[in-house]
Design a protein around this ligand. Structure first.
Ligand code: GRF
Length: 230
């Protein structure tokens, strides 16, 4: 089983889908910790209900800081996260699992520091940090992407699973799925449809990403890694 830590900030419906896939044997992973930056977030009780150790590491306030101070604060927070995971594992007793090989982001609302991305970079060049984003990237990066698609009058929306690199919502794309929204009457309806897609797409994609059953190719024009499952 591949040891992973899940990072999440809020509701945790994707955490739930992943934890269920693990319990059902559809995902060859062991969730060694749930890390949450928001005390009181719903995902914390979901993790406890699944018997997953929880580390709450409140994130720093970044508003008003200079770029350098932000970068420093992000790295300190990421270092605190790794120490918290190590503490959880040390406290797990005799059968303590290995350090996570992958970080799985599931509604985690912070940017990663370059330090953390390098910490999880494998010998094949990509980072072992995976994220799900609620749009067909590179369309609608940032926050509230289903609402962005709705406000834009888009006829399709979608979800993207990608490996994480330094710039926000960038990084090699592993899987995408589109769904029609022309008949939707609100942004909430788009989100409802999108979450149903995410809850299937994320565990399915993680099954081959975590096992590293893919080739990576470098696109020489874009200098971008391509992920090709096999
Ligand atoms: C999802 O739409 C996910 O794609 C995005 O944040 C949302 C998290 O929802 N990154 P939940 O916390 O998993 O319910």
């Amino acid at each position: 089983m591949i040891p992973v830590a899940v990072l999440a900030s809020g509701r945790g419906s994707n955490f739930e889908a992943i934890a269920e896939a693990v319990s059902a044997g559809r995902l060859p992973a062991r969730i060694v910790a749930l890390v949450c930056d928001r005390p009181g977030a719903e995902v914390i009780s979901r993790a406890r209900a699944h018997g997953v150790p929880v580390a709450v590491v409140p994130g720093p306030k970044l508003a008003g800081l200079s770029d350098e101070a932000r970068a420093r604060a992000r790295e300190e927070h990421d270092r605190a996260i790794m120490s918290a995971i190590e503490r959880e594992l040390a406290g797990a007793g005799g059968d303590s699992p290995a350090l996570p090989r992958f970080l799985v982001l599931a509604g985690y609302m912070r940017l990663m520091s370059p330090w953390l991305i390098e910490r999880f970079r494998g010998e094949r060049g990509y980072s072992r940090i995976v994220n799900i984003h609620p749009s067909l990237l590179p369309a609608f990066p940032g926050v509230e992407s289903y609402a962005q698609a709705w406000r834009h009058g888009a006829k399709v929306a979608g979800a993207t699973v990608h490996l994480v690199e330094d710039a926000m919502d960038s990084g090699p794309i592993c899987a995408q799925e589109a769904f029609p929204i022309g008949g939707c009457r609100s942004a909430e309806e788009v989100e409802r449809l999108g979450l149903a897609v995410e809850h299937r797409l994320y565990p399915e994609t993680l099954a081959w990403v975590l096992s590293e059953r893919f080739d990576v190719e470098m696109d020489s024009t874009e200098r971008r890694l391509r992920v090709c499952p096999h």
